[in-house]
Design a protein. Structure first.
Ligand code: ADP
Ligand code: MG
Length: 262
């Protein structure tokens, strides 16, 4: 498939609420000396265009493995993931790279910024790698940084920014190529509750005003308040699905801290 073929397939006018990303019988099995580890075990999941979905599960439950598979970073041992009409297991490495660059923005727990570059250059680099000129990239990066409230910190390097500000730079970097999907894997894991909730608010805004599909994982119930839907995973399997109105977030927070999860 050429990149033009991929673009043509993805060009379909997806509407808010259309089925957009699916995991179909996805398993990831690691074969170690002590035996097999099922990081994921037959996960089926449907994610809709423009929704804000949280994936909740304790450490080791398979959240990152699931993110990597639906985010075209890793291949499943069984089953397949699909984005729009693209079945990821059928794509070559270079086709997957194209999908990653063009349609997906990634945010991680550790912000993964380049220490020697300013906020502006950390963000603009992603745009330059897509073929834009340096001047256009800087312009797009400044706009993305302004949209996350960092217009006044363009020339700061990561070590001159707080954790919450660094995560905002990472969000701007994820947004600068205008992805259809943002995958945020425990983006609030290194932040205090208030700063974490500010990051969740920014992600929520993307889903609401820009129609970006946001998938955000966490093990902290205090980060679920803006979710439209929460999918729970445990031991590599999907356990449950709920909408926040059904959740008693206060009890869950108490439960989780009693278990030492927080
Ligand atoms: N490369 C690997 N080799 C062996 N086991 C792995 C590997 N990566 C992840 N796992 C195992 O898979 C399970 C799920 O891991 P992960 O997806 O990172 O969970 P989470 O992100 O929810 O903390 C864990 O038991 C972990 O130890
Ligand atoms: Mg993880």
């Amino acid at each position: 498939m050429t990149t033009a073929d991929i673009e043509k397939k993805m060009d379909r006018d997806f509407q808010r609420g259309d089925s957009f990303i699916t995991a179909n019988g996805v398993s990831k099995i690691y074969r170690l000396r002590g035996g097999e580890v099922y990081a994921l075990n037959n996960v089926n999941l449907e994610i809709f265009r423009s929704e804000y979905l949280s994936i909740m599960g304790p450490s080791g439950s398979g959240k990152s493995t699931l993110f990597n598979i639906i985010g075209a970073l890793d291949r499943p041992s069984q089953g397949y993931a699909q984005i729009g009409p693209l079945r990821l297991t059928e794509l070559s490495s270079s086709e997957l790279a194209y999908v990653r660059c063009n349609y997906i923005g990634y945010i991680f727990q550790s912000y993964n910024l380049i220490p020697s570059l300013t906020a502006l250059k950390n963000v603009s680099l992603s745009h330059t790698l897509m073929g834009a000129t340096p001047a256009d990239s800087d312009k797009a990066a400044a706009k993305a940084l302004e949209s996350v409230g960092l217009g006044h910190r363009l020339d700061h390097r990561p070590d001159e920014l707080s954790g919450g500000q660094q995560q905002r730079v990472a969000i701007a970097r994820a947004l600068v190529n205008r992805p259809a999907v943002v995958l945020a894997d425990e983006p609030t894991g290194n932040l205090d509750t208030k700063t974490g909730q500010e990051i969740v608010d920014i992600l929520h805004d993307l889903h609401r005003s820009e129609g970006v599909t946001v998938i955000c994982s966490t093990h902290d119930p205090k980060m679920l308040h803006k979710s439209q839907r929460v999918v729970w995973i445990e031991d590599g399997s999907k356990r449950n699905e709920s909408i926040p109105a059904e959740l008693n977030l206060k009890d869950m927070a108490a439960d989780a801290s009693a278990k030492g999860d927080l």
